[in-house]
Design a protein around this ligand. Structure first.
Ligand code: NAI
Length: 235
């Protein structure tokens, strides 16, 4: 917290999903501030930059003890590192990609994941034309070798970039090997029972586009409504 006495992080406290959802954005902005050489920032200036209210920033950061000091603001580096720890990205996560097609290869080609600690160890495919190739030095292996590979390598996250018809079978195999975290691009919702400690992050770019489309057309509809004279007021 920025005003008043500094609180110690409350380890026991459960942080709401909404706050957790905002943490990566704080992390990104703080990373930019570090790159610019900014050592400290007030909640007001951070709020201005992030286009949110200063009180939201104070409330969010108070959830895990604040890190701000009265008259000083937030220490950018320590806040960045604390949020990194909360997000678990201060550690390395080994990742595999199932489906070495266009999307799988595009993800493997993106170097910034490794900078964030997400290290892609292998891609898997069924296509003999792809098996044996590499993407940025990462091998494309036969998906038949999946279980064997997972026995020999510590992998925390599996990315699914395969057709939805294949997703359930592969999901089952990965769970049976102990994989608990799934970054799912296949166009299907992977079912997770309440008792399972399985985490699925579904990424559906087309849904994001549809939300954008709704907003664009909604704005258009509002303009049309404004233009149309109200009944009875027509000349
Ligand atoms: P793609 O056809 O280029 O690649 C799919 C790859 O999966 C192929 O290389 C194929 O041989 C492999 N494959 C099929 N069955 C497999 C299995 N059982 N095990 C391992 N590999 C297997 O397709 P693309 O464009 O890369 O898209 C991949 C999937 O992601 C598609 O289902 C597509 O609909 C979906 N997609 C989802 C997006 C999203 O925002 N969620 C965006 C773009 C694509």
């Amino acid at each position: 917290m920025e005003k008043g006495t500094e609180k110690k992080p409350e380890k026991e406290k459960k942080i709401s999903a909404a706050v957790i959802g905002r943490l990566p954005r704080y992390y990104r902005y703080l990373g930019e501030l570090i790159e610019e050489g900014t050592e400290r920032i007030s909640s007001r200036d951070l709020a201005k930059r992030m286009k949110v209210t200063a009180s939201q920033i104070r409330q969010d950061l108070n959830n895990f003890g604040g890190f701000g000091q009265q008259g000083y603001g937030y220490n950018v580096r320590s806040l960045y590192s604390e949020i990194g720890k909360l997000l678990g990205i201060d550690q390395q996560h080994n990742v595999i990609i199932i489906g070495a097609g266009r999307l799988g290869q595009a993800l493997a080609n993106y170097a910034n994941f490794a900078k964030r600690g997400f290290v892609i160890k292998a891609l898997f495919d069924v296509n003999p034309d792809l098996i044996g190739n590499t993407v940025k030095g990462i091998p494309i292996l036969d998906v038949a070798e999946l279980e064997d590979f997972l026995k020999k390598n510590e992998i925390q996250i599996a990315t699914l970039t395969i057709p939805k018809t294949q997703a359930m079978e592969v999901f089952g195999r990965l769970k049976a090997c102990g994989i608990r975290a799934f970054w799912n691009f296949a166009h299907t919702d992977l079912p997770v029972a309440d008792h399972e400690k399985i985490f699925v992050e579904n990424v559906h770019l087309s849904e994001s586009l549809m939300r954008l489309s709704y907003r664009v057309y909604e704005a258009g509809r509002s303009v049309e409504k404004e233009k149309k004279p109200a009944k009875g007021k027509e000349e």
